[in-house]
Design a protein around this ligand. Structure first.
Ligand SMILES: [Zn+2]
Length: 469
């Protein structure tokens, strides 16, 4: 019951704080962000009933959540009895300050590309620069066009001259399904930049690039992202014309697994969590799905968002245990620990649904339920979607090693079973490597996983080896 009324509250978000679809820049003079103590689902309903724009991706019941409210809502909030503090006094000031800095800046200049946030064309240019700088291991791929005709681009990082493509686990890191989350494409680009810089220098990274295929898509939603730079800084959805003056589908409610489950999405086209007219109705989600389906060994995926510092795993639409529950928990906590170890930033790790409010039609459920990939949603830094540019590099520094660790997990656990030494090819070295493990009673020698190491394992291994990748 608690969740039900909670969900109804989410539906009430409907016409909240919708900016003009077209026309001049949307201003937010006097708009505040308030951090409200949420003691029950009714509190969320109350906020959304005011027409507040929910900024916190995730609302832990019994915690607090951020909402943007229009000046005229303040009296109603004060009268509601809800306990809150003002996190941002005037949202427009934050936007103005960001604008002034970006206009006056040199795009980073001598301080480097990661010194400040970047427009879509700048991100695309830098992807080209990175690919041109590492032509043997990186290429720009166009996954398809957005609804307004902008390419959805990714940097594909792998050494095609090494091993066999069919043997390599594929890993997808994508960002910016939600347009206003500007830190997310920066962290994605940081990861691409560091991975390419590490090739041939760092053995672990070299192995990773040789033996896996990694696709980094910094901006899944190029139309929405562009709109946040030109017109409305806090736009979230894509730019689908829904008719009647309504724009946008929430791409992270449009994925085709348990789509439309009423836990955590909306059928109202004005809602910020509008799921669209059908599963995968949007070209942007279709493109990621199609690339993922085209991979022989899709293994792992991370969806970067902001903000709140969370590491979340499926399911989002139900509290049931996911397949691979133990793997999700172990690896998720390792990711959390790695992030913590860099700059002492604490991210909260857990299953999305049980930790937070429900999400349905999210990427995290499709990548598990529709593509059998281990995946996480990582919410990055910030107490606002607008955040100081000096957060970019530290956020990249703490998340990059976690992404590397996850890709290494994929290599170790999702290589072809016959590729025993995980070098992306099946040859006699795999036989030697297996027999060695088998002889030494190593856990991996129990190839058929029946708890004992015997000749059945040899037969099982040889079958897998024969089958190839
Ligand atoms: Zn998001």
């Amino acid at each position: 019951m608690r969740f039900m009324s909670f969900i109804l509250g989410l539906f009430a978000a409907a016409t909240a704080a919708q900016p003009a679809a077209t026309g001049p820049v949307v201003r937010l003079d006097g708009y505040r962000v308030v951090r409200v103590e949420i003691e029950s689902a009714d509190d969320v309903e109350t906020m959304l009933g005011f027409g507040a724009d929910q900024w916190s991706h995730h609302i832990p019941v019994g915690g607090s959540a951020d909402f943007m409210i229009a000046p005229e809502m303040v009296d109603a909030l004060d009268g509601s009895g809800l306990v809150y503090e003002v996190a941002i006094e005037n949202v427009q000031e934050a936007v103005d300050a960001e604008n002034a800095r970006l206009r006056g800046g040199d795009g980073g200049g001598a301080r480097g590309w990661f010194a400040d946030f970047k427009r879509l064309d700048e991100i695309n240019d830098y992807m080209d620069v990175l690919a041109a700088g590492s032509p043997d291991i990186a290429e720009v791929v166009e996954l398809g066009m957005s609804i307004q005709g902008r390419p959805v681009r990714g940097l594909r990082i792998t050494n095609d001259a090494y091993g066999e493509a069919a043997c390599k686990p594929s890993v997808l890191y994508n960002a910016t399904q939600h347009a206003r989350e500007w830190i997310s494409p920066m962290v994605a680009m940081y990861a691409a930049d560091r991975l390419l810089a590490g090739y041939g220098v760092d053995q672990a990274m070299t192995d990773l690039v040789d033996r896996t295929e990694i696709l980094i898509v910094p901006v899944v939603n190029p139309d929405g992202y562009t709109y946040t730079w030109t017109t409305y800084r806090y736009w979230r959805k894509n730019r689908r014309n829904n008719g009647g003056g309504s724009y946008g589908v929430d791409l992270n409610r449009n994925w085709g697994y348990a789509w439309g489950n009423n836990n955590g999405s909306s059928g109202d086209k004005w809602s910020d969590i509008y799921r669209g007219t059908a599963p995968f109705s949007e070209p942007e989600t279709q493109h990621l799905r199609d690339w993922s389906n085209s991979r022989p060994r899709l293994a792992a995926q991370v969806d970067l968002h902001s903000y709140g510092q969370w590491v979340l795993w499926p399911w989002g639409y139900t509290g049931s245990q996911p397949p691979y529950a133990q793997t999700f928990a172990t690896l998720g906590n390792e990711i959390r620990q790695i992030i913590l170890s860099v700059h002492n930033r604490s991210y909260t790790a857990g299953q999305a649904y049980t930790l937070l409010y429900p999400v349905s039609g999210g990427a995290l459920d499709w990548f598990l339920g529709g593509a059998d990939a281990i995946n996480y949603t990582v919410e990055l830094r910030g107490s606002d979607f607008v955040l100081p540019p000096n957060q970019i590099i530290p956020n990249g520094e703490e998340v990059f090693p976690a992404l590397v660790h996850f890709a290494q997990w994929a290599l170790a656990n999702r290589s072809a079973p016959g590729d025993f030494n995980m070098d992306a090819k099946i040859d006699t070295l795999d036989v030697l490597s297996f027999l060695n493990a088998w002889n030494n009673n190593e856990p991996r020698g129990d190839f058929n996983g029946d708890g004992s190491i015997n000749t059945h394992d040899v037969l099982a291994f040889l079958n897998a080896w024969n089958a190839g990748c």
